[in-house]
Design a protein around this ligand. Structure first.
Ligand code: MN
Length: 236
């Protein structure tokens, strides 16, 4: 398999940013190991978002979206999902956080789909129940290629810091539609809004880690009785 040169590039470099528009799914590194990395650079009239996501990381995280609470949640995703995650975003946050939040979700979803490629050898399903003090949130997901979100959080307060809690659902809608995840989120307990949302991201992270782990018994096959899983959000 041909080597693709995105692994290890420097997101902070403006010259690198100009070359981020093409992604990759599985490539061979110089060491010969298969890498599962997705890279997205998405520019609209509202936002400019760069994402690099490595499914086989160690939880290294460098995110700066301009939306502080979203950064805090993306750190949970990286840390508990053991994803290496680099995200830089700028957007029209002088209006509100809506476009930036959504477009980061879109780019993360696209990067995830690229990194998964044909979903060869993965466990495919994942689930986790995460407690955070009084909050308890359950996530079940399937890297099915069929976007679906069942969103069950009931968040008591309108805002966490400056972050509008309506945007939690918008973030997951964007991730699901651009990664082809089937995602179910259940709010089992909890009353503190920060705890509820953070428990949700932790559960999502652990469920995603489970689903994207390579299953040694799959030995390179696609985990579907149909023999194929759609790759949502992959351009070209
Ligand atoms: Mn927190």
């Amino acid at each position: 398999m041909a080597s693709v040169g995105w692994a290890g590039h420097d997101l902070a470099s403006s010259s690198a940013l100009g070359r981020l528009s093409s992604g990759m799914d599985i490539c061979e590194s110089s060491s010969g190991s298969l890498e599962r990395v997705g890279v997205v650079h998405r520019v609209t009239g509202e936002t400019n978002v760069s994402v690099r996501l490595d499914l086989d990381g160690t939880g290294e995280c460098a995110v700066a979206t301009g939306v502080a609470f979203l950064d805090h949640m993306l750190h949970q995703l990286s840390s508990h999902g053991l994803l290496d995650l680099e995200i830089k975003a700028s957007g029209d946050t002088h209006i509100d956080d809506h476009h930036t939040n959504e477009d980061v979700g879109i780019a993360v979803g696209q990067a995830l789909s690229q990194a998964l490629g044909q979903r060869i050898g993965i466990t495919r399903f994942g689930h986790f129940v995460a407690p955070l003090d009084e909050a308890l949130v359950q996530v079940a997901l399937d890297c099915s290629g069929r976007p679906h979100l069942s969103y069950g959080l009931e968040i008591p307060s309108q805002r966490i810091g400056t972050y509008d809690t309506e945007l939690v659902k918008e973030f997951f809608v964007a991730v699901v539609n651009n990664s082809g995840l089937t995602l179910h989120i259940r709010h089992l307990d909890g009353t503190n809004s920060h705890h509820i949302v953070e428990a949700c991201f932790k559960a999502f992270a652990r469920a995603l880690r489970m689903a994207t782990e390579v299953d040694p018994r799959r030995v390179g096959s696609i985990p579907s009785s149909k023999g194929v899983l759609e790759q949502a959000g992959v351009q070209g």
